[in-house]
Design a binder for this molecule. Structure first.
Ligand code: DCP
Ligand code: MG
Length: 442
């Protein structure tokens, strides 16, 4: 067996031990002690299946459905909040460099005196007055508002580290009152606060005001909030009173909200679709909606018509879950010089795997896929993955898989530039769902 060669002595001892907490019926007989790692992993899978079956039957015996996070709630409507920070990168830079917020600030690629070929990441509201916005070519931004010495524009390349730190602080404030929390991007999050506010929309409004003040006092940034019964409506309402605004759409006010509102304002309707609809004479959402799903479907396609109808009826998703915005959780390490000691690299991989699983536990997420990334000297990169039958968040299981994937795939005698671990095929751990449902029952 290649794995049991001398350079992997640690592995040998790990793989030749039985799983200590195996239930009695799965205790491997003595002769299995020296099975290949592959077979031992198969045994491990059987154990996982067994455990999962155990948890599943527990759910059922308690009369709880394992797949619906909100089913035990007494509230028909969910109260969702969407929070989006105002001119995020620019606001962080203003804070960090103590800049005058009234002067136009543009974050993006180097404008090179108007010849720059990159784009604008964002800009503050003073720069927006010049018609500058995210994703605009930086040369165009310069034309509208030149930088020193030709004009008042202040151009900064930006520093990701600063934004991540500020984002983390904001997210930890937002997370606190949310039963379900989802960081949707570096500056936006969804919260389900239904139970926390006792289903009361006024309490929800007051809570958002408190969160807004806390973020401003503790982090120095302003945020806008949208409160509504579905994700898409919450997102749209956080835009309404930007910056530093709060806007609420009550369940029976949705139709009113869409009266005269441009179709282009609905996330998911891009410029192409909006132009096509405008050619048929529909500019606002209510104009398209009154046509009815059937007639609209004949023109714009059934799927689109059904979706738009659901948006206005308030029946699109109200699920808030980290899984919606995340495909995987991973960490990797680039070595300052290429490593030839694979044993040392394996130690790094173990530590990365631990950290990923710690993070997934914190987020209440489990996964089915273990993926190890190896980059060799010269940048050649390989990923090696393996799935287990059910999603888990137990570090030991993934540690074994990571070790196995590394040991069986790494090309010997080659220098390593990077190693990484990724947890994929994410899911909610059944244990956590059960806990949440039980808490709601109390
Ligand atoms: N961003 C980027 N490139 C884009 C869009 C955004 O790099 N094309 C970055 C910069 C923004 C951040 O993401 O600060 C958040 O994006 P938003 O769309 O929320 O924009 P802002 O927060 O800057 O402005 P707003 O006040 O409209 O939310
Ligand atoms: Mg923003």
């Amino acid at each position: 067996m290649r794995l049991l060669c001398s350079s992997f002595r640690n592995l040998q001892s790990q793989f030749s031990q039985p799983l200590e907490d195996l239930p009695r019926e799965f205790k491997p007989p003595e002769k299995l002690l020296y099975l290949t790692p592959n077979l031992e992993i198969l045994l491990c899978e059987e154990y996982i299946n067994f455990k999962h079956r155990g948890q599943h039957s527990q759910h059922m015996s308690e009369g709880l459905s394992p797949d619906s996070q909100g089913s035990a709630s007494s509230f028909k409507e969910r109260i969702l909040v969407h929070c989006d920070l105002d001119a995020f990168f620019a606001a962080v830079e203003i804070l960090h460099h103590n800049l005058d917020p009234e002067k136009p600030l543009i974050i993006g690629s180097d404008p090179q005196g108007g010849r720059g070929r990159g784009i604008v990441s964002t800009c503050n509201y003073a720069a927006r007055a010049f018609g500058i916005h995210s994703a605009m070519p930086v040369s165009e931004a310069w034309r509208r508002c030149p930088g020193h010495p030709f004009g008042p524009g202040h151009y900064i390349r930006g520093s990701r580290g600063l934004y991540s730190r500020a984002s983390r602080k904001v997210m930890s404030i937002l997370k606190e009152p949310a039963e379900f929390f989802e960081k949707a991007s570096i500056d936006e999050a969804y919260l389900d606060i239904t139970e926390h506010v006792g289903g009361d929309w006024d309490v929800a409004y007051a809570l958002c005001r408190t969160l807004q003040t806390t973020i401003e006092q503790k982090v120095g940034l302003t945020a806008s909030f949208g409160i509504a019964p579905t994700r898409i409506l919450a997102k749209m309402s956080s835009e309404v009173n930007k910056p530093k605004g709060i806007f609420r759409i009550l369940p029976d006010e949705i139709a009113e909200f869409f009266e005269g509102r441009s179709l282009r304002d609905v996330p998911g309707i891009g410029p192409k679709r909006a132009t096509q609809l405008a050619e048929w004479g529909f500019v606002t959402v209510d104009e398209a909606y009154v046509l009815g799903e059937l007639a609209l479907g004949r023109m714009a396609g059934e799927r689109f018509a059904h979706w738009l109808t659901c948006v206005v009826d308030g029946t699109t998703s109200s699920e808030v879950s980290q899984l919606r915005s995340r495909k995987s959780i991973g960490k990797e390490r680039t070595f300052s010089s290429d490593q030839t000691d694979h044993e040392a690299v394996l130690d790094v991989l173990r530590s990365l795997t631990h950290r990923v699983l710690k993070r997934s536990k914190e987020m209440g997420i489990s996964g089915r896929l273990a993926e190890v990334k190896i980059r060799y000297t010269g940048f050649e990169t390989h990923t090696h993955g393996r799935s287990i039958p059910v999603a888990m968040d137990e570090p030991d299981v993934f540690l074994r898989l990571a070790e196995h994937l590394f040991a069986t795939n790494v090309q010997h005698n080659r220098g390593l530039r990077l190693v990484g671990f990724r947890l994929g095929q994410l899911d909610m751990p059944p244990t956590r769902q059960a806990m949440l449902l039980l808490q709601e029952e109390e």
